[in-house]
Design a protein around this ligand. Structure first.
Ligand code: G
Ligand code: G
Ligand code: MN
Ligand code: NA
Length: 252
């Protein structure tokens, strides 16, 4: 039986879970939001990395049902925190290009927001630069998501298709500087220059800027100095299950 067949059954068998990685607000030093990251544990293969199964899900079209599962579970999670009196928490969800082409995406998100009675501002959508190529399709779609009240973030910024034109024309809230720039930020002058410039660019455009893949204190210090708004990475926390997240980040 192929991995694809296992993946097809994964939702019904309850093998998928969401882990969450905090995004630390530099001003408060506290988690301001959390990125939802899929985890899959299969009875036969054990833990399978999203780096392996997301591309399979994309190729087979399974990403639509898996992506909808992610959206619903993130909404459910927000409701569960709201029910415990924890308000104002935001979850960032990765949306792949295939999902973005799906005609019911906006209505599905709307229906989940209604079903779980959550604030639309509790949800942030992470898109990659690839979808920006098609301006005619993408602008109205992003506009609809903005009109719902969601926040829009550009993931892996600077790696794919960084036309400055889309920063001008698209309704965006946040730039996520790709990990590849952060990795050598302390040793490579070019990475340091690119990172500082992205932060400056984002700030000048009124966008929030977040750095990901931060593993060391000195990297965080560089980014804070450069004016980055939020920091995400193993230095603060790995992606963790919701119960652990509550213990570590949501206790008052
Ligand atoms: O969590 P990890 O670093 O292993 O994720 C590997 C890749 O899988 C990343 O590119 C991440 O964006 C992607 N990924 C993780 N969860 C999701 C998800 O829910 N939806 C989509 N489309 N991609 C995801
Ligand atoms: O493509 P995207 O940016 O969504 O992928 C995020 C991925 O990066 C997740 O798989 C997550 O596990 C991983 N990640 C998060 N923080 C760090 C980090 O500090 N170092 C490394 N190497 N990977 C990280
Ligand atoms: Mn992401
Ligand atoms: Na990224």
């Amino acid at each position: 039986v192929t991995l694809e067949t296992h993946l097809r059954r994964a939702i019904d068998r309850g093998e998928l879970t969401l882990y969450y990685q905090p995004q630390i607000d530099v001003r408060t030093g506290k988690a301001a939001s959390f990125e939802a990251l899929l985890r899959w544990k299969n009875t036969e293969f054990g833990w399978i990395s999203p780096g392996v199964f997301i591309p399979i899900a994309e190729d087979t079209g399974l990403i639509v049902s898996i992506g909808n599962w992610v959206i619903e579970n993130a909404c459910k999670q927000i409701k569960s925190w709201n029910d415990k009196g924890i308000m104002g928490i935001r979850i960032a969800i990765n949306i792949s290009p295939k999902q973005f082409q799906q005609p019911n995406l906006v209505s599905f998100i709307q229906s989940m927001i209604n079903k779980y009675s959550i604030q639309p501002t509790s949800l942030e959508i992470e898109i990659t630069e690839g979808i920006m190529r098609d301006m005619k399709e993408t602008i109205p779609l992003l506009r609809k998501l903005k009109d719902l009240g969601l926040l829009i973030s550009v993931d892996d910024f600077g790696t794919e298709y960084s036309s400055l034109n889309y920063l001008k024309r698209f309704p965006l809230d946040c730039l996520k500087i790709d990990q590849s720039f952060i990795k050598e930020i302390l040793d490579d002058d070019k990475d340091a220059a690119i990172t500082s410039t992205i932060i400056h660019l984002g700030r000048s455009l009124g966008l929030e800027v977040i750095a990901e893949g931060v593993e060391r204190k000195e990297q965080a210090e560089f980014l804070i100095q450069a004016g980055c708004h939020k920091i995400q990475g193993f230095y603060y926390s790995e992606p963790i299950p919701p119960a652990l997240l509550e213990d570590r980040f949501l206790t008052f």
